[in-house]
Design a protein. Structure first.
Length: 135
């Protein structure tokens, strides 16, 4: 496969990750986070929100890497290949956790959102994993 194809796959992964960042704008309401954390101590709620924001920032960074430096991630540099492999593993782990760790009734209640998130993470993992294969 050509470098051009891998660059396009990485652009796709970047776009998917950007979509995940955007989805996090409405996700707290959909997940009823405020009600769920209502009885938690204020410090625990603050930790939760700070971690959530940091994760969104990191996913935004991942998106930027895929959109701005796809040739590097596709194999032009050893560091790019390492980052690409890391990102592929990151998203693959995310799919695994969603399907085997997250609460099954909650996943069922969220329905299409759960399936869309899984598909997005799976596609990101595949795009990044394939791009890692270029020597």
């Amino acid at each position: 496969m050509s470098l051009t194809l891998y660059v396009r796959l990485l652009w796709l992964a970047g776009a998917i990750q950007f979509g995940i960042v955007v989805a996090n704008a409405w996700l707290p309401g959909k997940l009823r986070v405020k009600q769920g954390l209502g009885s938690a101590p204020p410090f625990l709620r603050q930790i939760f929100y700070v971690h959530w924001i940091y994760i969104v920032l990191v996913v935004g960074l991942f998106s930027g890497l895929c959109l701005l430096f796809p040739a590097d991630l596709a194999g032009r540099s050893p560091l790019g290949r390492l980052l690409s492999a890391f990102l592929a593993c990151f998203w693959l782990l995310r799919v695994f956790l969603q399907w085997f760790y997250y609460d099954k009734p909650s996943r069922k209640e969220l329905g299409d959102s759960t399936r869309c998130t899984s598909a997005a993470c799976w596609r990101s993992s595949l795009s990044l994993g394939w791009s890692r294969c270029i020597p």
